[in-house]
Design a protein around this ligand. Structure first.
Ligand SMILES: [Zn+2]
Length: 75
């Protein structure tokens, strides 16, 4: 599901919106302007998200992941 980051052309606010399709009208949460500029698109897909988190948690992931015994997630 794509999340787009916008910058409002009127007030400069930065905000993100999940866009279901290209016809979605995005309005600024501060001034309700429809004029905005897309900064970037972050695809929250399994590929990029997992890869990023793997790299971030790699040093502490050697014990078997989340349920290694240190996080108290029910194991
Ligand atoms: Zn605005």
């Amino acid at each position: 599901m794509p999340i787009y980051e916008y910058v409002c052309d009127d007030c400069g606010a930065r905000y993100e919106r999940i866009v279901m399709n290209g016809n979605t009208i995005v309005t600024c949460p501060q001034c309700a302007s429809r004029r905005n500029t897309i900064q970037l698109s972050v695809f929250v897909a399994h590929g990029n998200g997992v890869k990023t988190s793997d790299q971030a948690s790699a040093p502490t992931d050697s014990g078997g992941g989340c349920c290694g015994g240190s996080c108290g997630c029910g194991h």
